[in-house]
Write a protein of this length. Sequence first.
Length: 63
Amino acid sequence: MNCPRCSGFMIPESFQDLQSDTGTLSFCGYRCMSCGEIVDPQIASNRKHRPHLQARNRKLMSH
Ligand SMILES: [Zn+2]
């Protein structure tokens, strides 16, 4: 899989979302080794319903 932003190499990774309303939520996605872009199939499908996604992504990338 290649990064949609920079076409860099992406590695599969699991993330933990402590901000979830249901408590700890872990999900699998891909992280770009070049620019740090995170792609998650589940979030991508919900993107139109979650306008605050960008802020959450930045928080995840700081880990
Ligand atoms: Zn990238």
